[in-house]
Design a protein around this ligand. Sequence first.
Ligand SMILES: *Cc1c(COP(=O)(O)O)cnc(C)c1O
Length: 394
Amino acid sequence: MKIEVDKNGYYGEFGGAFIPEILYKNVENLRNSYLKIMNSEKFKKQYDQLLRDYVGRPSPLYFAERLSEKYNTKVYLKREDLNHTGAHKINNTIGQILIAREMGKTRIIAETGAGQHGVATATVCALMNMKCIVYMGELDVARQHLNVEKMRMLGAEVVPVVSGNKTLKDATNEAIRDWCCNPKDTYYIIGSTIGPHPYPDMVARLQSVISEEIQKQLLEKEGRDYPDYLIACVGAGSNAAGTFYHYLNRPETKFIAAEAGGMGADTDKTAATLTVGSKGVIHGSRTMVMQDKDGQIIEPYSVSAGLDYPGIGPLHSYLAGIGRSQVFAITDDEALKAAFQLTRVEGIIPALESSHALAVLDKKKFNPNDVVVITLSGRGDKDMDTYLKYIDKF
Ligand SMILES: *Cc1c(COP(=O)(O)O)cnc(C)c1O
């Protein structure tokens, strides 16, 4: 059976659009517009040009020789860390702001946890001269000071959210409330493959440039356009979705998803949704959710702010459910160890999120002839405070 989203936004039993009545029109409007816009020559031209000249794409596919030697297999790194603003998130925000502009919207809202999506959104709003409001939990505002200052410098208004736990989930609720009240001029840029249909499909398509480039680059370097394994970290799932996208129906390539184990998936300090979650609804779609027996969301934990989410995109719930992807819950310590190793072996300081994907090399044995592509979703500048705390340990 072909792996693809159906017209109602489902991958098998996961996905859909579970939204309050008041949002129905906004979501339907987007659902009716996104493919038409994305398939237009005008959009493709603008999107491709900005990805090339503004983001710096194609991002290199780097053969990591010393890492390959160490693990006795062929390891390539897809260098999303080299993108403008330092991660894959800009691929999505560039695409969505072009869609928003085409739909006649003038005001952009977004939610952010660690602030990475907020910065990527504020960046494209500056570029396109659009008003930008970013909702962020008050606790995260305090924890992610540098990103808050970047957003302000870029001209965005950062609204601290004081309800609930004052983190990402509460910021998302506030953004949805704003969207309800301002349906005419406002476009909501969601940062990952989550939310009601069409967001998961739209974001996966915008990030699919990652696998499109991997195909071309591998053909050049290996004489075949597919790897044996693709490895990516999953928070809500957008860099992994982009990495897997053009290989979804090519079973010769196996998928590995690295989620955040935190202190361990068997402890209550974890964000390993696929490992410990159960089926439920979160932020507009049916997917795996970390919840208690009454359906209350369990607060997630990870050393990495970008993976600290109690849900996961419906595509990944589906891929894991049918056995198309293999899932590893990587602990904080395993990710930190992998971060220090990459830094010292290859001279690349990775984002903490990406380090979860790198840590899979210590968990699974690959064959000497296997071609293993790991997506390096972002750079580690933002994580230096955390790394410095552990510098004597690794
Ligand atoms: C936000 C972020 C992630 C997690 O988001 P996904 O949607 O799961 O990709 C991973 N890596 C980096 C560098 C990030 O900034």
